[in-house]
Design a protein around this ligand. Structure first.
Ligand code: CO
Length: 213
């Protein structure tokens, strides 16, 4: 009897001691390690993730907005005003946003010589945002442009001696101006004629009609 009680008591005491000893450290380490682990992962990982997402979100609408505003103006080349012509000459402005400010040029029939001044109103260098004015029949544009790319920036993106080109300015960068004069009689046959920038990719938006009369 006595032996049995002592055994049970001892077993109980052992079990309790065992349980107690194990419970306390497990609880302590469990809570102490879990708490910092949760706070560190929550504090470090999601915080930068939201910052990056926020930064991307803030830049995305900005770029979308800029292309959104550029596209209607770009495709609306015909919606742009006609060039102001005075004394058989006109000025076209080219911008850092890859735009001409006019959509058409009407040369008075009385002009024996016509002068176009191209002013690059931007600040970007010629290698990044160069502009020129090339005049050719609309049907020749693709060929003139392809050969112009082949000629390279050293030739102002114009194939030297290209017979399809009525006239062209040199290629200019931000803050620069250039002028070209030509005989409007060259535009009386054939056509329709277009003026455009032959810098690679620019003619899709930088173009307009040019005619006499
Ligand atoms: Co251009």
């Amino acid at each position: 009897m006595n032996f049995k009680i002592t055994l049970t008591a001892a077993a109980c005491a052992l079990a309790l001691a065992a349980c107690g000893n194990h419970e306390t450290p497990t609880d302590d380490t469990g809570t102490s390690t879990a708490a910092p682990a949760e706070t560190t992962t929550e504090a470090t990982t999601p915080a930068p993730a939201t910052t990056v997402a926020g930064a991307m979100e803030s830049t995305m609408p900005a770029s979308n907005a800029s292309t959104g505003t550029a596209m209607p103006a770009a495709t609306a080349g015909s919606d742009k005003p006609a060039a102001v012509v005075e004394n058989c000459s006109t000025q076209i402005d080219g911008t850092d946003a890859m735009q001409f400010d006019v959509g058409s040029i009407a040369i008075p029939a009385s002009c024996s010589k016509f002068t176009i001044t191209l002013k690059h109103t931007g600040t970007m260098p010629v290698a990044a945002m160069g502009h020129n004015v090339v005049i050719a029949e609309a049907g020749d544009m693709a060929g003139v442009l392809a050969d112009g790319i082949g000629a390279g920036v050293a030739n102002d993106y114009v194939k030297p001696g290209d017979a399809r080109i009525v006239a062209h300015t040199k290629l200019v960068g931000g803050g620069e101006s250039t002028t070209v004069s030509f005989d409007p009689a060259k535009l009386k046959d054939g056509g329709p004629y277009e003026f455009f920038c032959s810098f690679p990719g620019h003619a899709t938006v930088m173009k307009g009609s040019i005619s006499v009369g």
